[in-house]
Design a protein around this ligand. Structure first.
Ligand SMILES: C[S@@+](CC[C@H](N)C(=O)[O-])C[C@H]1O[C@@H](n2cnc3c(N)ncnc32)[C@H](O)[C@@H]1O
Length: 386
């Protein structure tokens, strides 16, 4: 007799809902019921995973181990763009723990209408529709290849929210105003349309990123013509908002010109261990488009240094192992002293009392948007539109 394959999804969805409650990711029974009732495997039929050497392979979602993965608090990559030399993930099903935390942060009530920017697989739209009903849920994504299958899959489980193929930066004027807007892709600044399409007093939850991993989710409330609010305590990151006809940025290879080595008292990987500083460094001299990374020892494969590279070729690397006197060795080259910008941010952050995310906030007005510490008009403020 062959063993019966265990592919039932309901107990797995229920177990996921229980787990999210136990972990404290959700407290609201309505969201718990939505997680338990949503067949995530229907919405995420194809999943890609990256191996240790960087290559992508697809996962069999229908297998028991595939189902275990789908009904776990894990982000699942669902679409790749082929750039010839490499693939880039362009759509995913965000991990359910983050999704429900965001929905709770957004303080959604049963009579609210909600716009989601970034439909992706439709999983979040399914949670929203389960709770609010199809007529109150709207979601947009950039490509019909993403939106159309999501619409079909949602319909196959009886959910029919309004899904539209649209650049989310435009919002969805024909169905505005919305009580809540949730963006599941990151933006450097808040599109004006989102402010205009929120009811007065409405809330927007969005990931503001000044550069890769440099920022966090911020909860903004509309008050007249302005949006204002603070970053959330827990850090999260989403893929960047894309636009059709975007010109790829020209990149110069990192240069050794003018390389200078010295020591620094600023810890070496702020994007991992000091994320507020990494965000602030984008306002204290880091050029637009910087990327961070790691150097690895070729033998042990252990990380040895944090690296920053700018599009114009400037480069910095900071050794992870401290020197005997508690400093770190840093080497900077090229036209911009990249690490100096991080040091400037670190000093300022310390002078401000080492604020965590909830002391940082954002204000959006028609003519300007800025980040601040403690007070929108206080000592520490920086325009986001640089
Ligand atoms: C993390 S995924 C969204 C996950 C989704 N909410 C879910 O539940 O599966 C981010 C999505 O943002 C979308 N996106 C990127 N740029 C966009 C834009 N300009 N307008 C609308 N959607 C965009 C991507 O195509 C991608 O599907």
């Amino acid at each position: 007799m062959t063993a019966q394959l265990d592919t039932a999804w309901e107990p797995r969805a229920q177990a996921l809902a229980d787990e999210l409650e136990t972990r404290g990711d959700l407290t609201d029974p309505a969201w718990k019921a939505a997680v338990a009732a949503t067949p995530r495997h229907v919405l995420v039929p194809k999943v890609y995973e990256q191996g240790t050497t960087g290559e992508w392979h697809s996962v069999d979602v229908a297998s028991p181990s595939g189902l275990d993965r789908v009904y776990s608090p894990t982000t699942l990559i669902t679409a790749l763009a082929n750039h010839g030399t490499h693939h880039e993930s362009i759509s995913s099903s965000t991990k359910p723990d983050l999704m429900v935390r965001m929905l709770e942060t957004l303080d959604v009530h049963d009579d609210h209408t909600v716009l989601e920017i970034g439909t992706g697989t439709g999983y979040n739209a399914a949670l929203l529709t389960h709770r609010l009903g199809a007529e109150r849920v709207f979601s947009v994504d950039l490509d019909a290849e993403i939106v159309d299958p999501a619409r079909e899959r949602l319909a196959s489980i009886g959910l029919r929210p309004t899904l539209v193929t649209r650049d989310g930066a435009e919002g969805l004027r024909e169905h505005a105003p919305f009580d809540r807007i949730i963006a599941t892709c990151s933006v450097p600044t808040v599109p004006r349309a989102w402010c205009d399409q929120l009811v007065d007093g409405g809330l927007l939850l969005v990931d503001i990123k000044a550069g890769p991993t440099a920022g966090n989710l911020v909860l903004l409330r509309r008050d007249g013509d302005r949006l204002e609010g603070r970053f959330t305590d827990r850090w999260a990151t989403f893929m960047q908002m894309r636009h059709h006809h975007e010109q790829p940025r020209s990149l110069h290879p990192p240069t050794d010109a003018g390389a200078r080595t010295r020591t620094t008292k600023t810890p070496p990987d702020p994007w991992q261990h000091n994320r507020e500083v990494w965000f602030l460094a984008h306002f204290t001299g880091l050029p637009n488009g910087v990327r961070h990374g790691m150097r690895f020892d070729p033998d042990t494969r252990q990380p040895t240094a944090g690296t920053i590279t700018a599009p114009e070729g400037s480069h910095a690397f900071v050794m992870l192992e401290p020197t005997p006197d508690g400093a770190w060795s840093v080497t900077e080259s090229g036209p911009t002293r990249l690490w100096q910008a991080v040091e400037g941010a670190h000093q300022m952050w310390r002078a401000a009392g080492e604020p965590g995310w909830p002391r940082l906030g954002v204000t959006v007005e028609a003519s300007d948007q800025w980040a601040w510490i403690d007070d929108p008009h206080g000592e520490y403020q920086w325009s986001l539109t640089i």
